[in-house]
Design a protein around this ligand. Structure first.
Ligand SMILES: *Cc1c(COP(=O)(O)O)cnc(C)c1O
Length: 377
């Protein structure tokens, strides 16, 4: 939802061109809601969701930790005031020299999902803590993370055993249930897998200490989603069920759930046209598209709420497309988007729920369009 602060900002500043406006008050509320929903878990904000320095500074000051994917993100978190012991290098795919650089910066917590990555860490980050990511099925997620990250639980046992043998601290298990996960039971399945790894290694005297339960917490787009409290309860019951009264240290890594609903993109209708006189579907072209910040409309996965000044009047289905000269720059076509018939060229529209995965998840200057501007207020 566009907050009053965002609407006031747009009304007074009248920024030219498409832009994202993020309301820090919403980020603050989200952080507090996660703290309240999962009081025993440490929050590692997934920097990739939106690395705006104002957001990182706010979260660092509130005591958040940070999940980072590169040395650049490690440095952004540190510049925002996070000490190295509140930063995790959570990408399972890292160059050895980047691991080394992060280690020099003081980072001691690294993700792995294979012995090859463990070998790198052992060479350049001696004694570091490592956690092994296990695969999840991604069921129930609107943006599943596929098989790119993680290994099967049986292999996680080998990976962590190897870590211990090489002098690393075999610290725990991680998973990510898939982004925009609306099935509360997803964490239960993944925690069951994590528990298996704990049990097998405990039999060999390797006592894991931590479960990193990843991100996946949703933002409300067109459909209602469960509130943070419901996730907290489901996750706590699953922890009890699988770990009894020996619940390990836990981490969550919200990205979308922390910033998604804090941002709104202002865009302008560039063109409305038809492909034939008798077409009943209009084409609506905005000044932002798949390459300018709406990459998550790929495969029509994320459907953003679009607000116009004509809402409440009669609508008709539209194909929604971006402004670039690439035919892939179409957001919604398989499932057309209903927009008011009175919408006209030059109208402004607000694309809600766009605080996550927009500003940095875009091309640099495709077709000469400048990167999405962002205002954090
Ligand atoms: C992207 C990512 C996250 C954040 O996921 P959301 O679904 O946006 O909450 C958390 N952890 C890791 C390791 C990630 O790659």
């Amino acid at each position: 939802m566009a907050t009053q602060r965002i609407l006031d900002f747009l009304a007074t500043r009248r920024p030219n061109g498409p832009c994202l406006v993020v309301d820090l008050d919403v980020v603050r509320d989200n952080f507090r809601a996660f703290e309240k929903a999962l009081p025993d878990s440490k929050i590692y904000y997934a920097v990739k969701a939106n690395p705006a320095p104002e957001i990182l500074r706010l979260l660092a000051a509130m005591g958040s930790s940070f999940d980072t994917a590169s040395v650049a993100e490690v440095e952004m978190a540190m510049d925002a005031g996070a000490p190295a012991d509140r930063i995790s290098f959570g990408n399972t795919i890292k160059k050895e020299r980047d691991i080394q650089r992060a280690y020099q910066l003081g980072i001691r917590l690294f993700a792995v999902d294979c012995v090859e990555e463990v070998n790198k860490i052992a060479r350049v980050a001696p004694g570091a803590r490592v956690f092994c990511r296990v695969l999840t099925d991604g069921e129930g997620a609107e943006w599943p993370l596929s098989r790119k990250f993680g290994c099967v639980p049986a292999m996680a046992v080998d990976v962590l055993r190897r870590a211990r043998a090489l002098g690393l601290d075999a610290y725990g298990v991680s998973f990510h249930v898939g982004s925009q996960q609306t099935d509360l039971a997803a964490w239960d399945r993944a925690l069951g897998d994590a528990k298996k790894v704990f049990v097998t290694l405990a039999e060999e005297g390797i006592v894991l200490k931590m479960v990193n339960m990843g991100g996946g917490f949703p933002t409300r787009y067109l459909k209602d989603v469960p509130v943070a409290q419901a996730y907290g309860q489901a996750i706590f019951s699953a922890l009890r069920k699988h770990f009894g009264n020996a619940i390990p240290e836990t981490i969550i890594e919200p990205g979308r759930g922390m910033v998604g609903n804090a941002g709104v993109i202002k865009s302008e209708v560039v063109l409305i046209s038809k492909k034939a006189d008798n077409d009943n579907v209009r084409w609506v072209f905005l000044d932002i598209g798949k390459f300018g910040g709406l990459a998550e409309t790929m495969d029509e996965a994320i459907r953003y709420p679009i607000v116009t000044a004509h809402d409440g009047t009669e609508t008709a289905p539209c194909v929604l497309a971006g402004p670039t000269c690439d035919s892939a720059d179409v957001m919604y076509e398989k499932t057309p988007y209903p927009l008011p018939l009175s919408l006209t060229i030059g109208d402004e529209v607000l694309i809600e729920g766009t605080g996550a995965y927009t500003t940095t998840y875009a091309s640099v200057a495709f077709n000469g369009f400048e990167p999405l501007r962002s205002y954090v207020i």
